[in-house]
Design a protein around this ligand. Structure first.
Ligand SMILES: *Cc1c(COP(=O)(O)O)cnc(C)c1O
Length: 362
């Protein structure tokens, strides 16, 4: 089988150039006699890999010096717990905008530790839109407001950041980081699992204001879950996910070489707009997300019936367009158009949609 266009929400496609570079370097990295897979994380070559990865990420995201960058494990899901444990005392008030599957999980984990208040809950309209958040909705003694910047499952996103008043903003940007410009300075903390848009699974990136590292933590917080420990040790308190960091570093360089996050956003916005336009011009397809809240990374849509959806998915599969099935609780289809998806893949998907539609009309 040839390489397919994989529209999975994650793990997802990586730029071919990045895979080829990793392949070339796999057996003997940079003439140092061993693979990155085999190398000590305390070795000079690996130290350079981590330092370069961080420096490149800082450049492409314009991360100010007052922010620390951590390379952790445990996925975005572990951040659901680490955020409250590191930013608040047990029982303290925190605020959550519940706009989807992962937002709800973050809120539920937050509620294990403190008084996690759901300031909005998009459940009423099946998470098809992002309810407005205003400072009046947020308890002003909340340690933070947590948002999910891009809702991977429902295909919605914050196309502008909410006004939180004086409450610090914490955001899970797993499925849009590096796919659109994120103003780091407006956040106290950002986190993202790498496997959507940064590299292979196994790495989680956390970007946080350094002043947050100075809090005295509840002694119950395990050492491995303390941001300050990881920051102090340069993300090397224990063995980090070495190969994932190396791969993410290659992706960061690829983003920079291709015009940076600004260029990625332009390209992603244009591709998503073309796909939404095709869906809207068809009688048998319908986008699911409210227009103003549409994500440019995950495009959710459905057809007239589940049978017709299955028929379309089979046709797409036959054309090498894979993993288009929507999340199990949502149904329909979902096309994840991350940075690693070539333009040709999006064009092939639009062709397939048009061909299916014409087939139904005649
Ligand atoms: C995928 C995803 C997660 C879960 O990530 P893991 O790395 O699997 O823990 C959390 N939040 C969002 C927005 C996601 O897209």
């Amino acid at each position: 089988m040839d390489r397919v266009y994989n529209f999975s929400a994650g793990p997802s496609m990586l730029p071919l150039e990045v895979l080829e570079k990793a392949q070339k370097e796999l057996l003997n990295y940079n003439g140092c006699g061993s693979s990155v897979l085999e190398m000590s994380h305390r070795s000079k070559p690996f130290e350079a890999i981590v330092n370069n990865a961080e420096a490149t990420l800082r450049r492409i995201m314009h991360i100010p010096d007052e922010y620390a960058v951590l390379f952790l494990q445990g996925g975005a899901s572990l951040q659901f717990s680490m955020v409250p444990m590191n930013l608040t005392a047990q029982g303290a008030t925190t605020a959550y905008a519940v706009t989807g599957q992962f937002a709800k999980k973050a809120w539920e984990e937050g509620a294990r530790w403190g008084n996690a208040v759901a300031v909005t809950n998009g459940k009423i309209d099946n998470f098809a839109a992002i309810p407005a958040v205003t400072p009046e909705l947020i308890p002003q003694d909340a340690a933070y407001l947590h948002i999910t910047g891009n809702n991977t499952v429902y295909g919605t996103a914050y196309n502008t950041l909410p006004d939180t008043g004086s409450v610090p903003l914490v955001a899970d940007w797993s499925s849009a980081i590096l796919g659109k410009v994120i103003d780091v300075k407006k956040h106290a903390l950002i986190y993202a699992g790498a496997q959507k848009n940064m590299g292979p699974a196994g790495l989680t990136v956390v970007i946080l204001r350094k002043e947050l590292l100075e809090r005295t933590l509840d002694p119950i917080v395990p050492t491995m879950l303390q941001y300050a420990i990881h920051a102090d040790k340069g993300s090397m308190y224990n063995t980090p996910p070495c190969f994932s960091i190396y791969m993410a570093g290659l992706v960061f360089e690829w983003v920079e070489k291709n015009g940076g996050v600004e260029a990625m956003e332009q390209r992603n916005a244009a591709r998503a707009a073309a796909l939404y336009k095709a869906l809207e011009s068809c009688d048998h397809f319908r986008p699911l997300a409210a227009k103003k809240d549409r994500s440019i990374m995950n495009v959710t849509f459905t057809l007239d019936t589940p049978e017709m959806t299955a028929e379309f998915l089979a046709m797409a599969q036959g054309r090498g367009l894979t993993s288009l099935k929507g999340y199990r609780t949502v149904g329909g289809c979902r096309a994840s158009l991350y940075n690693g998806m070539p333009d040709e893949g999006v064009a092939a998907l639009i062709d397939c949609i048009c061909a299916f539609e014409i087939g139904k009309r005649t």
